[in-house]
Design a protein around this ligand. Structure first.
Ligand SMILES: Nc1ncnc2c1ncn2[C@@H]1O[C@H](COP(=O)(O)OP(=O)(O)OP(=O)(O)O)[C@@H](O)[C@H]1O
Ligand SMILES: [Mg+2]
Length: 233
């Protein structure tokens, strides 16, 4: 469903120095409902890959196909219409939420904005479904971000990403601010989304042990290149 071939991105200041291009010919794939892990040291270029796939950064070159269509291709601009089906779950949920907006509104807004529902009543119904998918109670809807835990805030962010019916979620260090039990809960949600809805996941973390537990197929990024990790290493 996602096929990345020879993706390149360098930033001006480090273009001259060899071995410092964050993304230098990266190729990998993610299947339907598959959970793939991506590890690498801080500064290796993991978030750069995430941003290229979401279209918030422009690739120097590369060929990326998503659900059979060209997402990034030679001489073409990023296909934003297609890219909407790729949603990013960032590291800091509180930075992704408006501190003055009630969580209920944070969820109904994308539904109404993208015309994914007919009216406010349908939006509220859909929000109830989304909450179930992330194991949250409805009483959270009236609260502000400052009135929930980090794990709950991250689950709201996931619910909001799910509102636009993505086929791929990219979780960039999405659980690194959370404790073990909140982390386990999020990974449980990811497994269920993959297993029951066939949503694909690209999990990004600097923590190899975490990725070993979460993803069957894993890649390691170093010096701009990806290597598939085989066996238990
Ligand atoms: N917009 C930018 N302009 C210039 N350099 C950038 C930009 N974004 C990232 N970089 C550089 O590219 C390299 C890779 O950054 P990136 O954020 O992708 O690393 P990362 O693997 O996600 O690291 P971390 O684990 O710390 O999140 C770093 O050297 C960073 O300073
Ligand atoms: Mg990063």
């Amino acid at each position: 469903m996602l096929e990345v071939k020879e993706l390149y991105k360098s930033f001006n200041h480090n273009r001259k120095r060899r071995g410092e291009t964050p993304v230098a010919g990266v190729s990998f794939s993610v299947g339907d409902g598959e959970i793939v892990g991506l590890t690498g040291k801080s500064g290796a270029g993991k978030s750069t890959i995430a941003r290229l796939l979401c279209g918030t950064l422009t690739a120097d070159s590369g060929d990326v196909r998503f659900e059979g269509e060209v997402l990034i291709g030679a001489g073409k601009r990023y296909h934003h219409g297609l890219g909407r089906r790729i949603q990013l779950i960032p590291q800091q949920p509180f930075a992704a939420l408006d501190p003055r907006q009630r969580l209920g509104d944070a969820l109904t807004e994308p539904l109404l904005c993208h015309n994914l529902v007919k009216n406010r009543r349908d939006a509220e119904e859909r929000v109830r479904e989304l909450l179930k998918q992330v194991w949250l109670d409805e009483d959270i809807l009236g609260r502000l971000p400052s009135q929930v835990s980090g794990g709950q805030a991250q689950r709201i962010v996931i619910a909001r990403a799910l509102a636009v019916e993505p086929r791929l979620l990219i979780a960039d260090e999405a659980t690194s601010m959370l404790d073990v039990s909140a982390q386990a809960q999020i990974f449980g949600i990811f497994r269920r989304l993959a297993g029951e809805q066939g949503i694909s996941l690209l999990l990004i973390s600097h923590d190899p042990a975490l990725m070993r537990a979460a993803a069957k197929r894993r890649y390691h990024l170093a010096e701009g290149r990806l290597a598939e990790i085989t066996g238990e290493t």
